[in-house]
Design a protein around this ligand. Structure first.
Ligand code: GAR
Length: 204
């Protein structure tokens, strides 16, 4: 068991970051959020971090629009290392991370994706599931590898798709499970009682 030192990267509301902060405050996750970085200057995740007294920064990722690369990647790694981070938590971070960050934190970058991978990688996983006509949707927390939403799966949770669902109602149902799944996955990592064999994360 080792207390995790987390660095959170986000782009939006930060409700997943909040679920991690709440789990720590409740004593159900042995971790500390050391720093929060966002690639959107007015992202709500930064306001949330400030409210909790967590150091936070806007990370200017220009000229890249969809990835974290070059100078921004270097700066991100520098800030995370300087803050003493050992585990990087992607919480609604809408950019593809590149090998530089993965090499700086080997097997220690985790992501939450709003679909039951390997179905519906990429953006708006819940809308993809709805449009496909799925009866079940869900969320995946996984280690990040060089692909997009392809890394070894730590936790998955499913939700039913209702006949009258809109993208918004389905996403809201998935988010309830996200907020359970992320602390659960981080507890696995904090426990140290897991191993990665090929694609499989074997727990216990
Ligand atoms: C979450 O639903 C998360 O699964 C999704 O963005 C939302 C962020 O919400 N992530 C992705 O789509 C990544 N491809 P939050 O800012 O409230 O945590």
């Amino acid at each position: 068991m080792a207390k995790l030192s987390l660095g959170v990267l986000g782009s939006g509301a930060g409700s997943n970051m909040q679920s991690v902060v709440d789990a720590i405050a409740a004593g159900t996750l042995d971790a500390e959020v050391k720093i929060v970085l966002a690639d959107v200057p007015d992202a709500k995740i930064l306001a949330r971090a400030r409210r909790h007294g967590i150091p936070c920064r806007y990370l200017d990722c220009a000229p890249w629009k969809t990835k974290l690369e070059g100078k921004a990647e270097d700066e991100c790694i520098r800030l995370l290392k300087e803050a003493g981070v050992d585990t990087v938590v992607l919480a609604g971070f809408m950019r593809i991370v590149k090998p530089g960050l993965l090499a700086a934190f080997p097997n220690r970058v985790v992501n939450i994706h709003p679909a039951l991978l390997p179905a519906f990688p990429g953006v708006h996983g819940w809308t993809q599931a709805l449009d496909y006509g799925c009866k079940v949707a869900g969320v995946t927390v996984h280690f990040v590898d060089a692909g997009t939403d392809t890394g070894p799966i730590i936790v998955q949770k499913s939700v039913p798709v209702m006949e009258d669902d809109t993208p918004e109602t389905l996403h809201a149902r998935i988010q309830v499970q996200e907020h359970i799944a992320y602390p659960e996955a981080l507890r696995v990592i904090a426990s140290g009682k897991y191993r990665i064999e090929g694609r499989r994360v074997l727990i216990g």
